[in-house]
Write a new protein. Sequence first.
Length: 314
Amino acid sequence: MSFAEQVKDELARVVPTEVEARRSELTALLRMGGSLVMGNGGAGIRFVTHHNPTARKMLTYVKATGGIVPQVMVRRGNKLRKKNVYTLTILPGPIGQRFLEELGLLPVTEIRDDEMFRGREVRRAYLAGAFLGGGSVNRPQGDYHLEFVTESIAFATTLVSMLKTFRLQGRIVERKDDYIVYLKTGESVARLLQIMGADQALLEFENVRVLKDMRNQVNRVVNCETANLQKTVDAAVRQLRDIELIRSVQPLHTLPPRLKEAAELRLAHPDVPLRELAGYTDKKMTKSGLYHRFRKLSDLADVLRAQAQDRGES
């Protein structure tokens, strides 16, 4: 079972106590997964889903809200499409027309859902219904992504408005003939799961998110330490190469005392970082002071290389 199905299973079991919240959830559910049908002097609606608990919830809500018993059809899955397809139809006619008008689902209705459904609990239910009807969320182990898919730009805009109620910044992108309202951060996905009432899914999501954040933090530290170690090794190799070149031309004891001390320190401790190497001196020396001594040794080595090149030596 996918994580999105886990979330939907949980949301399908959540029944708001407020009548208006249930009405709000049903409206969003039908907007997301329903399509209008006309005939018999009125309108009806056909709702299609692969999710059995969602079909059951929608059936219960329609019976309770409009006193209507939808026509139910189940198409069994096959080898190519293993999941069953559940189709619930409110037959077109005066009764279906009145039911849809009461929910604000007909195109002639001018009031937007975000104007009709204003309470926070009512809007929580609306978002839950929209997710049940056409939402999806990635498993927390992957990239954070939650989306609603709709064919209506007006409905997509309404969803963004509903999300803003809870300080969530939903964004809209067009994909073929659909409009996608999506959230892309772990914090926003977790917040919406909590808002919709998917508490168990939220717990699993947060557990994985904490582990991922810890793992990423450890990886950043390891990468940083690895990079620093590589810099230390590269610097030590350059310093040893310079010192060996100088020593091949003149004895180290002929160098100024400060440079002689730095050269002998590096030869004695070839793999020690600069800060630690400074602590090996008899006199107190800073990392910066030792670095400048190695810079002077490097400058001297460059002079010797240039002289050798002028003489045609390798």
